[in-house]
Design a binder for this molecule. Structure first.
Ligand code: C5P
Length: 281
């Protein structure tokens, strides 16, 4: 039987980052939401191979370092179930190393598909533990539910967020997460992780929050600053910020139709960028 599932893009509406611990990992607090757009992962009968296609498939390893196969190995180790009677197909629609959690979403999605196909008795907690081993964003991208993420991103409190029409734009420059955290540390300007987020008027409340990785990411990849300035100058933009460790930025709009108008204009202004109108929730 063929099984397929969306691996949605993650957006950090805010991301507050504290000083690193003794391992170099940063405690954080973030409001994460998920798009109705992302990669697609499919399972077919096969021999344990990974096939990759899609607009960002080129340049992505299909070897054991791919997060899909890492998740497969975690699943096998945790359940004792061999899954090499399946092939794995990844359609990579999201840009790589771009702050929208694509790799983590792929890993989480294959875990859901494998549980459905091979081991329905696996508990949610067990699946979370497997996802956590694929990376810091693993658990949030496994559940793909609007949440406040704390700890190192693995402690999730679900929240209700209204559907948010948005445009995602990535200028086509990879922004490796470790380098951005290092640049953040170098500036040594740690702000408290506390957040007075009330969700009464999301846009007003977001204005009182930050993405602490925005400034260091702009220092490393200055075009992010230009993208944000361009987003903030558009009439449809109610709020704009960078997601995660970048370089993808988002603009929140009033309606999906305004988001699509904005996306069309951004595609003309930024011909090399990846631009996508979507709904976040
Ligand atoms: O766990 P993951 O591979 O997604 O994290 C990539 C890198 O990002 C880590 O090696 C670490 O340098 C940095 N990171 C961090 N604090 C976090 C999450 C990630 O310093 N909370």
């Amino acid at each position: 039987m063929k099984r397929s599932r969306l691996a949605p893009a993650k957006v950090n509406l805010y991301l507050h980052v504290a000083a690193p611990d003794h391992r170099g990992y940063h405690p954080l607090r973030s409001l994460v939401v998920f798009a109705d757009y992302g990669d697609e992962v499919r399972l077919t009968p096969g021999e344990g191979r990974l096939f990759i296609d899609g607009p960002f498939g080129q340049g992505l390893s299909a070897g054991e370092d791919n997060l899909v196969l890492k998740a497969v190995r975690r699943f096998e180790a945790a359940t004792g179930v061999r899954v090499d009677n399946h092939d794995f197909h990844l359609t990579k629609n999201l840009p790589l190393a771009s702050g929208v959690g694509g790799g983590s979403a792929d890993a989480g999605t294959v875990l859901h598909l494998l549980r459905e196909a091979c081991a329905p008795e696996v508990t949610d907690d067990a699946l979370s533990a497997m996802a956590a081993e694929t990376g810091a964003d693993g658990v949030m991208c496994l559940w793909a539910q609007a949440s406040i993420a704390e700890g190192y991103g693995e402690r999730l409190t679900p929240v209700t967020v209204p559907p948010l029409p948005a445009v995602l734009i990535n200028p086509g420059v990879e922004c490796p997460t470790p380098a951005v955290f290092k640049a953040y540390d170098a500036a040594a300007e740690f702000a408290p992780v506390d957040t007075q987020w009330r969700a009464e008027d999301l846009i007003d409340d977001l204005a009182t929050t930050r993405n602490d990785l925005e400034a260091p990411a702009i220092r490393l990849v200055p075009v992010i600053g230009e993208v944000l300035a361009s987003l903030r100058a558009q009439p449809e933009t109610r709020f704009a910020r960078m997601s995660g460790s970048g370089a993808t930025c988002f603009a929140l709009c009033k309606t999906l139709s305004e988001a699509e108008t904005l996306a069309a204009r951004l595609r003309a202004d930024w011909p090399k960028a990846w631009v996508r109108a979507c709904t976040l929730k």
